[in-house]
Design a protein around this ligand. Structure first.
Ligand code: ADP
Ligand code: MG
Length: 271
């Protein structure tokens, strides 16, 4: 098995003025190359923390993050990160926004610009290169943000609730578009979402986390019939409901075992 991403016994402790919070405890995870994995779990279970560690933005307090066989020491061009908010600069055109990643990496070349234009086209934004972000709808802006992430040609995409601010119809369209685009390019993806149906419809594997402290709770492999269908088709399939129900139950149980407050303070742990 070719694992492109690995978390090895990773823990993360945040230390503020007078307290330490164990945000993630002893988490191990592997993501196979070209696969789509979703992380679900209650608010505060460490999803964003896990993505930040995978992105190399946050060094684990304990354990290792391995990308393509190497322990990562910091942010890498192999990994792209897309957030819930599109963070397009309002004073830049769509093309210039899409080129930002290449620019920051010192790679704004003719070739890079051509590739970015072709991505804009592929994601239905051909003809909008010179428009400003405020002239676009939320769904179009999020597509522009996806182009910006893909333009640097990362192997892995980390997606933190990228569809959650969108209207239902747009969100469903984007799920299809994102899944088919990433699949056709052979990208590996890790999606964080609070929407269980979205996780079930888009992923090969769904990992459920519990909180207090954030930790692994369980994992579901999505059957091939659903995996191979586009998310909108998957949602209509008969097997879909039972997968959704299992995920729902697991999430409920993880919540019960996790506790109600946010995070776990180290100094309040029983010794
Ligand atoms: P999620 O994305 O699943 O909602 P987070 O990764 O944002 O969870 O947070 C996990 C836990 O770590 C929470 O208890 C949160 O309050 C805490 N936490 C997150 N970021 C920080 C930080 N910078 N400093 C202190 N605590 C933090
Ligand atoms: Mg989060």
């Amino acid at each position: 098995m070719d694992n492109v991403l690995e978390l090895r016994n990773v823990s993360q402790v945040y230390v503020n003025d007078s307290r330490a919070t164990l945000a993630v405890e002893d988490l191990s995870l592997t993501v196979e190359r070209g696969s789509f994995l979703s992380l679900v779990g209650p608010s505060g279970c460490g999803k964003t923390t896990i993505l930040s560690m995978l992105a190399g933005l946050l060094k684990p307090t304990k354990g290792e993050v391995v990308v393509g066989g190497e322990i990562i020491q910091g942010p890498s061009a192999r990994i792209g990160y897309m957030l819930q908010h599109d963070y397009l600069f309002p004073w830049r055109t769509i093309l210039d926004n899409a080129l930002l990643g290449l620019e920051l990496g010192g790679r704004r070349t003719e070739q890079g610009i051509d590739y970015t234009r072709s991505l804009l086209h592929e994601l239905g934004l051909g003809g909008f290169e010179k428009r400003m972000p405020h002239e676009l709808s939320g769904g179009m802006r999020q597509r522009a943000a996806l182009v910006r992430t893909l333009a640097t040609e990362p192997d892995v995409l980390l997606l933190d609730e990228p569809f959650s601010a969108l209207d239902m119809g747009i969100k469903l369209q984007l799920e299809d578009l994102v899944q088919s685009t990433l699949r056709s390019k052979g990208k590996t993806a890790v999606l964080v979402t609070h929407d269980l149906a979205e996780a079930a419809a888009m992923s090969d594997q769904v990992v459920v986390l519990a909180r207090n402290p954030g930790r692994y709770y369980g994992s579901f492999l999505i059957p091939p019939s659903i995996r191979d269908a586009l998310p909108t088709e998957a949602r209509r399939m008969r097997e879909f409901q039972s997968i959704f129900d299992s995920l729902w139950r697991s999430l409920e149980e993880s919540g019960e075992k996790g506790g109600a407050s946010h995070g776990q303070e180290l100094d309040s742990r029983p010794s």
